[in-house]
Design a protein around this ligand. Structure first.
Ligand code: ZN
Length: 263
């Protein structure tokens, strides 16, 4: 009799463990979420401080880009490692306690990949990738690893209050050039309809293989690289609860300003 009770308990335990494992196994669906802090429009308006820590951001992605409070450089994340590229072009690991006014991350899992060879310009590279996207109506995380004949990247100097608009700040951006360099590029391609919320089209950041330097990608010439594309059909945006965000004028079309800032 007692044996039978033990057997029933074991059967239930196994069933429960199987169910718990299956429930756990379903979680990766949530990993295909583009998680974003604030909007590009607010960043353009000079909302350069936010409440979200990088410790929190780790829970929502291992890959992506953004910036830091005070607009203190360019952020690039891949494989769960987050880096700051400061105005001197130096890459540093990001402490969990640092905060971001704008960031976009996801858990990167490649859905398709593409080998590219001797691509002369960033524009040509964009065209090659665009031609392989299954639809222009969803978001994609884009990861590129390889050797580059040339990379031009930039970073921005840390700001102090009162903050100027981003279009003013980037007039003082630092530009770095790399030749014959191995490295990786992380970022996103987003559909046109996400304008104002984030950057429509390509927004990519570069980090060299030693993880010592990089920046916001301005130009590149590819020797040989693998482009990986992660289709992302879910979007989660967190807007900061603070006075300067609430007071920012986010109604107008900022496409012209954004164009100046991204190039
Ligand atoms: Zn950027």
């Amino acid at each position: 009799m007692r044996l039978r009770v033990v057997a029933i308990v074991i059967v239930f335990a196994v069933l429960f463990a199987t169910w718990a494992f299956a429930a756990e196994a379903e979680l990766p669906v949530d990993r295909d979420v583009l998680f974003q802090v604030s909007t590009i429009g607010a960043l353009l308006e000079g909302v350069y401080d936010g409440p979200t820590t990088f410790g929190e951001l780790h829970n929502h992605g291992d890959f992506g880009l953004g910036t830091f409070n005070g607009l203190d450089g360019e952020m690039i994340a891949f494989g769960g490692d987050f880096y700051q590229i400061n105005a001197q072009g130096v890459a540093n690991r990001v402490p969990d306690a640092w905060r971001t006014p704008f960031a976009a991350v996801t858990f990167f899992e490649a859905d398709q990949s593409l080998a590219v060879d001797r691509v002369r310009t960033y524009e040509d590279l964009q065209q090659l990738i665009t031609d392989s996207l299954p639809t222009p109506n969803i978001a994609y995380a884009i990861k590129i690893m390889g050797r580059f004949d040339y990379v031009k990247a930039r970073s921005v100097p840390k700001q102090s209050k009162p903050y100027r608009k981003l279009a003013e700040v980037v007039k003082h951006q630092s530009v770095f050039e790399f030749r014959n360099v191995e490295g990786m590029i992380a970022g996103f391609w987003l559909p046109e309809y996400m304008k104002g919320v984030n950057v429509a089209g390509y927004h990519l950041h570069f980090l060299n293989q030693d993880c010592t330097s990089g920046g916001h990608l301005l130009e590149c010439r590819v020797r040989q690289a693998i482009v990986e594309i992660d289709c992302t059909r879910s979007f989660y945006m967190v807007l900061p609860e603070q006075a300067d965000f609430d007071a920012a004028d986010l109604r107008s079309d900022k496409e012209k300003e954004l164009h100046k800032v991204e190039k």
